[in-house]
Design a protein around this ligand. Structure first.
Ligand code: B16
Ligand code: MG
Length: 227
């Protein structure tokens, strides 16, 4: 239950900021170079997925095979383009209600961590000016196993010193919702119920969870429960 949570674990891309469009532009540039057809629909498969696995999915889409060292160098070039794009981001790209909701939880004494697959998470938090809002940051540089493995959220809970049952995960990717469930945590899906059937509740954005006039741990809107 949202009202029972003592710690909140936030995914980054798709929950706090929409970096998927920048990932898409960088992957698309690489796909074009390699002669692979790749569109925004294909990009959905890369959400919440670690960088090298994304590279493998891209090659599968194109029916190509590549030596591991070449995969790494192409993924590194894609990352250079991506970093160039996200380096130009500012506070105005924080998704509606995200910063306010995190500040609200902190004001209620909750502990807050980031749980992201991205190895660029520290750079992005710094660009958005919200690095100081997190008691712990667990990202692609510190965990070995990608979502849906629960490692990223278990490490977040451990860093905060809060047991899993008192943690809530906020996630936009199905793999992340599965990771939360495997970690034994309550999950809030950000997006559409049809895309996140396993989430405990689904809202369109963190703005829906801001307290109503009566205060309290949201949601102001009516979240969709699991069918
Ligand atoms: P990077 P999240 C994920 O972040 C993205 O959703 C996913 O599209 C990306 O491939 C992954 O990070 C790795 O990102 O190349 O920056 O290390 O949603 O877990 O915050
Ligand atoms: Mg995400």
């Amino acid at each position: 239950m949202l009202s029972d949570m003592r710690a909140a674990l936030f995914d980054l891309d798709g929950v706090i900021v929409d970096t998927a469009k920048y990932h898409f532009r960088a992957w698309k540039r690489l796909a074009d170079e390699l002669g692979i057809r790749f569109d925004e629909g294909d990009n959905e498969m890369l959400k919440g997925v670690g960088r090298l696995r994304c590279m493998a999915i891209l090659l599968e889409l194109g029916g190509l095979e590549m030596a591991p060292a070449d995969m790494e160098s192409h993924a590194a070039r894609k990352n250079d383009w991506y970093v160039e794009l996200v380096s130009a981001m500012g506070k105005d790209e924080i998704l509606p209600g995200a910063e306010e909701y995190i500040r609200y939880l902190r004001s209620r004494g909750l502990r807050v961590a980031l749980g992201s697959a991205s190895r660029n998470a520290p750079l992005i938090l710094e660009r958005l000016g919200i690095a100081g809002l997190f008691d712990a940051v667990v990202d692609g540089t510190t965990v070995a196993k990608s979502k849906p493995d629960p490692e990223v959220f278990l490490a977040g809970a451990a860093a905060l010193g809060v047991e899993s049952a008192a943690c809530t995960v906020f996630e936009d990717a199905a793999a992340g919702i599965e990771a939360a469930r495997r970690a034994g945590m309550f999950s809030v899906g950000i997006g559409r119920r049809e895309d996140l059937p396993e989430a405990d509740i689904v809202v369109r954005g963190l703005y829906e969870l801001l307290p109503g006039e009566a205060g309290g741990l949201g949601p102001r809107g009516t979240p969709c429960p699991r069918p």
